[in-house]
Design a protein around this ligand. Structure first.
Ligand SMILES: [Ca+2]
Length: 426
């Protein structure tokens, strides 16, 4: 694919981009129906990420180095940034043309368990931050035998957190340190969505079954997207508040490990990316009460050379189909919808971070959506031998990306994390 990418519709362009369309178009998401509406099963395009064309539209520049396993990025209204480091520090970056990483981390953080995939994960600011200075952090607590994701809010006073309050604890606790999810997204009513992982891969078990089965259980927060008020209270219009035995915080379920979550402020659509198991990574459009299928239906297979099937079917009545599937995996991380950016041609598209494409380098994936929210094309934005962990649009309209090195990215003392700024190529 040569030259500038423009907005296109139709599978002709998808085919020219190297999308491997297995068996036809995506099932339409029927946004007009009640949350529990059944969506007819339909085929979903499966993409081989490495076969995607590389974007020629981007100029990239490292603006901050020496971060230690960065995970989440949030802009303050003044253009400064908060960056979480997985091992448990919150860093302050002065924004502007030449961003500066302050040497001293933010003080007053609670104790975090940093082990395996767990640690200090996402950060977001309250929609009214300018008035209340509230920030939110997600992190893992506990030990090898019993740990879980916790959400706190606190006021940022200068460079110190004060009035730290726990507002949500995932239940049940789980063993081992896999699949925490933990990404935030705000809704316009100032409720907060948080993605929670399924608890891990076999042989990790809970209640006599592989823990992944928790994703289908409404009495568990594992494998869910949850929704709470800004102080942790449960919204009375959550989809399962009146369902006996169900956790009232649940917004959607049947997720494996969603580490990308973003709302389009123009269309109101909510998108999530989740890791599959050896392939089967998904982009989903999230609706209240819907079941996204894991592990009943997935394009992923068990880890290992045998590639044992996890589900006999990839789609089923009553289960939401993904908008896009990546096999092999991209290992999707942070997610953002392109609005108010310097990339005019990308307006309304979705950027998905990829930790690891085909066992090689990570990249950003730009997913071109048409006005109906259907995937009509994808391309790679390569940043070299890095894992892409988070992506945000800055107040200056540029794209900001957190990366780590491919190897040793979360070993203590490995300050190979970077903040990149992407600008439109001339
Ligand atoms: Ca799914």
């Amino acid at each position: 694919m040569q030259g500038r990418i423009r907005h296109h519709t139709g599978l002709g362009w998808a085919a020219c981009l190297g999308l491997s369309v297995l068996s036809g178009p995506v099932t339409a998401q029927d946004t007009g129906r009640a949350p529990t509406a059944i969506v007819a099963p339909g085929p979903t395009p499966v993409t081989r990420a490495l076969s995607l064309p590389a974007s020629s539209q981007v100029r990239s520049q490292v603006v901050v180095s020496d971060l230690e396993a960065p995970w989440g990025l949030a802009f303050l209204p003044n253009g400064d940034m908060l960056v979480t480091e997985l091992l448990g520090q919150l860093r302050y970056v002065k924004g502007g043309a030449n961003p500066v990483l302050e040497a001293e981390p933010i003080a007053g953080l609670p104790k975090v368990t940093a082990a395996g995939q767990g640690g200090l994960m996402d950060v977001t600011i309250h929609p009214d931050f300018s008035r209340n200075q509230l920030i939110y952090l997600s992190f893992s607590v506990g030990d090898e035998a019993a740990n879980h994701t916790r959400v706190i809010r606190a006021r940022l006073e200068g460079r110190t957190l004060v009035d730290v309050q726990t507002i949500f604890d995932v239940s049940p606790a789980k063993p081992r340190f896999q699949h925490f999810g933990s990404r935030f997204a705000w809704l316009p009513d100032k409720t907060l969505l948080i993605s929670i992982g399924d608890g891990g891969n076999p042989p990790t078990s809970l209640d006599g079954a592989f823990i992944r089965q928790q994703a289908q259980k409404l009495d568990s927060h594992l494998g869910k997207i949850i929704r709470i008020h800004d102080d942790g209270r449960i919204p009375s219009d959550n989809p399962f508040v009146t369902t006996p035995g169900a956790r009232p915080e649940i917004y959607s379920y049947g997720h494996r490990n969603a580490q990308g979550l973003a709302r389009d402020p123009v269309t109101g659509r909510i998108y999530a990316t989740e890791h599959g198991s050896q392939g089967g990574d998904e982009l989903n459009q999230i609706e209240a009460g819907a079941n996204y299928g894991w592990p009943k239906v997935t394009y992923g297979v068990e880890y290992g050379a045998a590639r044992t099937l996890i589900s006999a079917e990839q789609t089923a009545p009553g289960l939401r189909d993904p908008l896009a599937v990546w096999s092999p995996a991209i290992a999707p991380s942070g997610l953002t919808v392109v609005r108010k950016s310097a990339f005019k041609a990308w307006e309304g598209d979705v950027l998905a971070g990829g930790l690891r494409l085909d066992q090689g380098r990570g990249a950003l994936i730009r997913i071109d959506l048409d006005r109906a929210g259907k995937v009509v094309g994808q391309e790679r934005i390569d940043l070299g031998e890095v894992r892409v962990r988070d992506v945000r649009i800055g107040p200056d309209g540029q794209i900001y990306v957190l990366t780590t090195a491919m190897r040793n990215f979360r070993d203590k003392g490995q300050r190979n994390g970077q903040l990149w700024r992407l600008s439109p190529a001339d």
